[in-house]
Design a protein around this ligand. Structure first.
Ligand SMILES: *[C@@H]1O[C@H](CO)[C@@H](O)[C@H](O)[C@H]1NC(C)=O
Ligand SMILES: *[C@@H]1O[C@H](CO)[C@@H](O)[C@H](O)[C@H]1NC(C)=O
Length: 399
């Protein structure tokens, strides 16, 4: 007897369709639920791609904008705060290179400016002559160290911050930012002046007599230059420098130091998150100095950072007449990403900004305002990659 399924034969495609439809609906539902789950239950990563806590969306309050002077010093404060937003932070890192620099595994396998590879011969030679590698017993014996990095920004003008700046244990100045004649606004003490050949004072009279001269080397000719300065020899092959350089530094070898290049490396690749293989990966000296201070101080404050984007004719530096509108940012710096890093530090209270330049910039232009302003001024040279949006709500209603 033949097995007849007769009319059922015509039902088959319909059944198949039903099964397919059901599967499709189930698939859709599953997908939707999965997405809802992702959004709703917070499967967002806890840390951003640079290793910082991703959820840094606290309010920027007026307190951030006007830090109150605190006479006390909170031991371990900056490093502790840093660790809460960036768990990979490890405090110990020597400020300067000493004869044992080869033991520093983080730098010996990196080329300049991120390490010491292939510079060993000249480094040994220089370090043997300078023969001093620290800040001295007076600083080391402090149980709590308050440090300030003074930037060169025109925002320091007429703020009368001099007395407050002079109260810090360690005062870092950068490049050729003068003190004499500007004491009321920028203070009169300088613990160290961090610079590179093109940034150093060319006029020997402008150097303080009691500060350390600290070289932050970016290229191998910077070490050759330092060697010439130590031996008080004129440097003739100056074509390696992008502008004329100082021919005499009125400091003795014992007052000269070499900044640990680890801070350049850490600022660039870990903290700011610049690309490893790209020429735009050199942090500014200001960011490098802040990184150094975070490793060596209990509290870190800054002043003279940031530009007021709302005032294109405001002075760029406190000591010269260059206007912001004439600013040409070097294409080796990614200012926009660096700004993000500084904003993270400020918003979480790791550092404080006595002149409020960094956050004020954010208020005027937003981070995109900063980006656009820099892009316009550098003729499109800047490749700003501020892909991590900073969600900031600024409460200024009470002002
Ligand atoms: C600072 O104050 C002086 C004297 O009051 C004034 O001439 C100058 O324009 C001020 N500079 C800025 C940038 O506000
Ligand atoms: C800025 O850059 C342009 C073009 O590269 C140059 O012609 C000009 O002199 C620079 N301005 C300053 C103030 O350095």
């Amino acid at each position: 007897m033949p097995c007849t399924v007769g009319g059922d034969e015509s039902q088959k495609p319909r059944q198949l369709l039903l099964v397919l439809c059901t599967l499709l609906v189930l698939c859709f539902l599953y997908n939707s639920i999965w997405r809802l789950h992702l959004w709703g239950l917070g499967h967002k990563p806890l840390y951003d791609k640079h290793g910082f806590l991703a959820k840094l969306d606290y309010y920027v309050t007026l307190e951030h904008l006007t830090p109150t002077p605190k006479e006390s010093c909170r031991s371990g404060y900056a490093a502790e705060k840093m660790t809460t937003i960036y768990p990979w932070f490890i405090k110990p890192a020597p400020m300067f290179l000493d004869m044992n620099y080869r033991a520093l595994s983080q730098i010996r396998n990196f080329y300049l400016p991120f390490g010491t590879k292939r510079q060993e011969w000249i480094l040994d030679y220089i370090l043997k002559v300078t023969n001093n590698y620290g800040l001295g017993e007076e600083f080391n014996s402090l149980s709590c160290k308050k440090c300030i990095v003074v930037g060169n920004g025109g925002i320091l003008t007429n703020k009368s911050m001099g007395v407050r700046i002079d109260a810090y244990d360690l005062i870092v100045r950068l490049n050729n930012a003068p003190v004499r004649g500007y004491e009321k606004d920028v203070g009169s003490r300088t613990t160290m002046r961090i610079t590179y050949p093109e940034g150093a004072f060319q006029n020997p009279e402008l150097y303080e007599t009691d500060s350390l001269f600290v070289l932050s080397a970016f290229k191998s000719s910077d070490f050759q230059w330092l060697r010439s300065m130590i031996f008080k020899r004129r440097m003739y092959n100056v074509e390696m420098f992008w502008k004329s350089v100082a021919q005499h530094i009125p400091r003795e070898p014992g007052d000269m130091r070499i900044l640990n290049p680890y801070f350049i490396q850490e600022a660039a690749f870990k903290l700011i998150g610049l690309p490893r293989y790209n020429e735009q990966n050199i942090p500014t000296l200001g960011a490098v100095a802040i990184t150094m201070a975070l490793h060596n101080c209990d509290e870190v404050d800054v002043a003279g950072f940031g530009y007021d984007m709302g005032k294109p004719h405001a002075p760029l530096h406190y000591y010269e007449n260059t206007r912001m509108a004439a600013m040409n940012e070097s294409s080796t710096h990614n200012i926009c990403q660096e700004k993000e890093f500084l904003i993270k530090l400020l918003k979480e209270g790791v550092i404080r900004d006595l002149t409020n330049g960094i956050l004020r910039e954010l208020i005027v232009g937003g981070i995109n305002g900063v980006e656009n302003a820099f892009r316009a001024k550098s003729g499109g040279m800047m490749h700003c990659r501020c892909d991590v949006a900073i969600s900031t709500t600024i409460r200024t209603s009470s002002s």
